[in-house]
Every structure is written in C-alpha cells, then in structure tokens.
Design a protein. Structure first.
Length: 80
C-alpha cells in the first residue's frame, strides 16, 4: 500500500511537503500550505488505494490519517 506523508518542511520555514519518496516531495509555502499539500497527496493516488499521514505542526507525530479507497472518497481516521 502506498503512503504519502504530509509534514512541515525541514528546508523551507513555513512550508509543508507531501513526501512520496526521497527527492519527490513538492513544497507548498502559501498561507494555506498544509491544505494544499494534503489535497496534492490525495490526488496523487489516481484511483488506487493508500493512505495520507498528516503530521502535526512540529512534525513529530501523526495527527490524522486519510484513507484513500480508490473510489474518490477520503474518510479521515485516527492513526494508531
């Protein structure tokens, strides 16, 4: 199963990244950067199942998971 992490950028202050693989992590630095990174990550699945892990503002723990079921529906669940 594919997992994409959405977390604060370590390189760019105030930016959020959608980390897919080393070297594949677009950064978003707009006022709604976190939302844009989450939207980007959800769209990257293209009809396949997976999860988006959204980290808190300090990037240390996962605050929520978005389960992609492959049908365009994105229920949010608590991560363990």
């Amino acid at each position: 199963m594919k997992v994409i992490d959405v977390r604060p950028s370590r390189k760019f202050r105030g930016a959020w990244v959608a980390f897919k693989a080393p070297g594949v992590e677009p950064a978003f630095a707009t006022p709604d950067a976190k939302r844009k990174a989450i939207d980007y990550a959800c769209e990257r699945f293209g009809g396949h199942a997976g999860e988006v892990h959204v980290y808190n503002d300090d990037g240390s723990t996962i605050e929520r998971c978005i389960v992609i079921d492959g049908r365009g529906q994105y229920p949010q669940v608590a991560c363990d």
